[in-house]
Design a binder for this molecule. Structure first.
Ligand SMILES: NC(=O)c1ccc[n+]([C@@H]2O[C@H](COP(=O)([O-])OP(=O)(O)OC[C@H]3O[C@@H](n4cnc5c(N)ncnc54)[C@H](OP(=O)(O)O)[C@@H]3O)[C@@H](O)[C@H]2O)c1
Length: 247
């Protein structure tokens, strides 16, 4: 199958292109670096010609509220229109677990807008909602720095390795459209601050990590039900301990 990966040069995209290639598919990375811009539409029709499936793992360069919303709305509208014009038969979008449960989080709102565009388009689709990636833990720790401490929420958390996200996406992209949504998450659930503390310690950082029961996530209030799957979820196989050992 020819599978075009929009954002195929990114963290998830590059792993997905490699994974699909190893499964014997013709996986093509498309992004501004290769002259394909989902926001302006530049190069889209040419890139999608002959494609069976499109997987959208692009990410916005700016997470400023208006900019991120515009990015996911415009890129999703352009993508589904180009797919309809080129007879693509399956659109796969990577979204976030709990996108509808944090209305004060502007990034989550933008992902929800993306999901709604995909759902209302004519192209059969699958939406894969992932929890936060292990690769993101360092940035989350830095965001919590207060003086000499790292203060982060203590809500339940279930992050996943990016290679496991790519593997689940490859499985979905090479199957029949779900015309629905699935959740994927890491194999372990624990308080947010525990994951951050394990990552911080493994990097040799001695700053204390403090869990704040009312601590927000990207400025939005969260609780134990905000960031983790509430129903059935497909789990990654990589534990944080294994991932940290490999790095
Ligand atoms: N971070 C998390 O924990 C998390 C959790 C769940 C879901 N997600 C979702 O996972 C997805 C992938 O994230 P990531 O961390 O892999 O992203 P990333 O590493 O930042 O990569 C972003 C990709 O998007 C491409 N891109 C940027 N602007 C584009 C445009 N106008 N048109 C087409 N492609 C464009 C980039 O291309 P160039 O290299 O050419 O610039 C790059 O390939 C995102 O949709 C995000 O919402 C993230």
């Amino acid at each position: 199958m020819k599978i075009v990966v929009i954002g195929g040069t990114g963290l998830i995209g590059s792993k997905l292109v490699a994974n699909l290639g190893a499964r014997g598919h013709d996986a093509v990375a498309a992004s501004p670096r290769s002259g394909v811009n989902a926001v302006t539409g530049e190069g889209l029709i040419a890139a999608l010609a002959g494609a069976d499936v499109v997987v959208d793992v692009a990410n916005a360069p700016s997470w400023e509220p208006a900019a991120v919303l515009e990015f996911f709305e415009r890129s999703s509208k352009n993508l589904v229109a180009a797919e309809a014009a080129t007879n693509v038969r399956h659109h796969v979008a990577l979204s976030i677990v709990g996108a509808e449960r944090s209305p004060d989080n502007s990034y989550f709102r933008a992902k929800l807008a993306q999901e709604n565009i995909v759902k209302s388009a004519s192209v059969p689709y699958s939406i894969v909602r992932a929890t936060q990636f292990f690769e993101f833990l360092g940035a989350l720790a830095e965001m919590g720095v207060v003086g000499g401490r790292i203060v982060v929420p203590s809500a339940q958390f279930q992050p996943i390795a990016s290679e496991d996200v790519a593997d689940h996406l490859a499985e979905v992209a090479t199957g029949q459209p779900l015309n629905g949504t699935i959740d994927i998450a890491g194999p372990e659930r624990a308080p947010f601050n525990e994951f951050i503390a394990r990552g911080v310690k493994a990097s040799g950082d001695t700053r204390p990590v403090v869990g704040d029961p009312t601590g927000p996530y990207y400025g939005a209030p969260i609780d134990d039900t905000s960031l983790v799957p509430l129903g059935e979820a497909r789990l990654g196989k990589t534990s944080l301990a294994n991932w940290l050992t490999r790095r």
